[in-house]
Write a protein that binds this ligand. Sequence first.
Ligand SMILES: Cc1ncc(C[n+]2csc(CCOP(=O)(O)OP(=O)(O)O)c2C)c(N)n1
Ligand SMILES: [Mg+2]
Length: 459
Amino acid sequence: MKKGCMSSTMKLAASFPLTKSSRSLPSPLEFSTQSSGNNIESRIPWRAWTSVKNHHGKQQEHMRPPSGTVAAYSAQSEEQPQQQEEERTADEQKTKAREIVVEIPVDYDLHLLESAPSRSSVTNSEDLMSIYHEMSVIRRMEITADMLFKSQQIRGFCHLYDGQEAVCVGMEKALNFDDSVITAYRDHGIFIGRGGTIFEAFSELMGKRTGCANGKGGSMHLYKRENNFWGGWGIVGTSPPLGTGLAFAHKYLKKPNVVVAIYGDGAANQGQLYEAQNLAALWELPIIFLIENNHFGMGTAEWRASKKPAYYDRISYIPGVKADGMDVFAIKEAFQYCKEYCLGGKGPIMLEADTYRYHGHSMSDPGSTYRTRNEIQGIRRERDPIEHVRKIILQEEIATKEELKDLDKQIRREVEDAAAKAREAEQPRDDELFANIYKKDSGLIAYGCDRKKTHIQMP
Ligand SMILES: Cc1ncc(C[n+]2csc(CCOP(=O)(O)OP(=O)(O)O)c2C)c(N)n1
Ligand SMILES: [Mg+2]
């Protein structure tokens, strides 16, 4: 499922003319003031979502894949007789070969740039199904994590990512694992995109030894060093300075790769960003500052916290792009563009993804006191990132509604099985608790809350 970092779409991107902000996205505020769904319909530009065309019009007769194609995406496909297997492979190859060009309905906003990312994206039927699968896994994971938290099987902090799936999945379509990624605490989707497994994620969330940080980090500190995922960080605004350090290392080591430092609209007002971005620009470091603008920092709407709630054009000397963060193809194209920009030795670039979180800020926030149900439902109905891909799959006749339903059921089982397995996994052993935390042989003694009886000598 992984990815060549540059494709023919780069050429499309380079040839696309400068288009400054021809259309703006409706803000969550607009939804909250709507009284009926019908009104929303007429005001939303995303009706054009389904405007996709096949690259090879004459091959339309191959558009319906024979049954079994969807099963090919199953992580646990059953053994089949040889003849069926051969037919399936032949069918898959036909399907793989079918290229599809997806239009990107919402225009990009640009800052200090003379060209824009492409408004169309080249994909194929296999890629579309894998995108649908990955986004649906993340969505189901978050729904399951919500239930596990409420039944106290996950404790501590837990910030869910549902609604924002197009950002991490689209980003990974343009990166490879030699590129580095660092983010804040809303990291579940980013971890899966970086090749983490559902089992490793749930294990970490439930504090188990089999977790990606051996159960000692929890939800906010998912990590996958071997795929250059430098973590989940709990302190707001830390990922840009740390990412700038990573980008310095990339440049110093002459690596042909970029760093993506992810932060939110709330974090965007932190002072340390300006220090990091100044150095990144001064030293022309290959870093993409990705702002996941979900329009809220905890319970505070961006317009209450930001004098100007636009982030891609905040720095007068760093170019920037704003893309529809609910459209996986817009994000993929924007990332390909930004990666090429950085690797051209021009230094950093900002990328703002206009997205939305469905859950509250964290599990202690019901998420409905500072925004209306109407707003959330409006975004779900009109901009849902998975529904967008689903529509393309149906329109292109890559799978039927029934096949997608079966796939959804299979994803649900996949996620629930991983959660059940993680629930059964063992906790970190006592002698592992302080490993990688304090220096060995420090002689430190840690006391429990009774201050005397319960204590442990640090290793
Ligand atoms: C330095 C610091 N200040 C305050 C907090 C408390 N805090 C946690 S999340 C958050 C809001 C951040 O919002 P945003 O950057 O938009 O990210 P989102 O949660 O929307 O993904 C705040 C203020 C913190 N963790 N660190
Ligand atoms: Mg936010």
